[in-house]
Design a binder for this molecule. Sequence first.
Ligand code: PLP
Ligand code: CA
Length: 302
Amino acid sequence: ISKSNAQPLSTENAKQLLNSVDAFLFDCDGVIWKGDKLIDGVPQTLDMLRSLGKKLVFVTNNSTKSRKKYAEKFHSLGIPVNEDEIFSSSFAAAMYLKVNDFPREKKVYVIGEEGILEELELAGFTALGGPADGKKNPELKSNCLFEHDKSVGAVVVGLDQYINFYKLQYGALCIRENPGCLFIATNRDASGHLTDLQEWPGAGCMVAAVCGATQKEPIVVGKPSTFLMDFLLQKYNITTSRMCMVGDRLDTDILFGQNAGCRTLLVFSGVVTESAFQDLSKELQVQPEYYTNSVSDILKYV
Ligand code: PLP
Ligand code: CA
């Protein structure tokens, strides 16, 4: 798609979009909220879309929470959303293992937080690691061999605010030395809004550390992976050409929608400003169909 194809949302094309779409896939951070702060006009916009009979789905690359915790977050912000309308990259990691018949007797080592641990447990898998592992550190003595569990069959890496040298060594050993061990990344976002004021290093940084230590590339299960889209499409019987992906990032959200043949809408309420968008889209060769300041513009135009 050439640069000139991206159009600002207008009264005319917003109406056309609404009439030709049955489902909206919403990215969360930068579209619905920024950190813990709701973006203006979101509840009203979602209410309007529901009243028009549109199916709403929420897709977040932030792996620190489970679907259950995200449903609670939506409710606390005054937005009624069911767990089964939420697809987080933590859930995607557990579903990837399930869909691929990961053996129940094998274990999963997690460099990540509670969201991943909860989803793995709900799916019936045994997890090791997680945030608490951050309290330990390897003893680097010449006579001390660092041991790892040989029954670990997958390493899942997501955002981990407690990452340390021990976890890197543990994950890297599993990937390098356990035959067939999977290396799964929840997402590769370079940064994320852990608070609404500022961006912080994202899961991409932890993933890069494990890539560096193993010289291996991960299977990515969050946006923009086709795994997550295919999984989602199996749950909902919707034609991709009648779906619109709304997001604030080109390299995750818009690419996720575009790869599947969805309509796409980029909003400037998150990480990408309008001027940065013009530069980024040239560099990434990823174009949204439409762009606008925030999702609440949809309300303005219809
Ligand atoms: N990962 C982390 C750790 C984050 O903090 C964020 C945003 O806050 C994201 C990923 C991106 O989330 P989303 O896909 O909802 O924009
Ligand atoms: Ca986002």
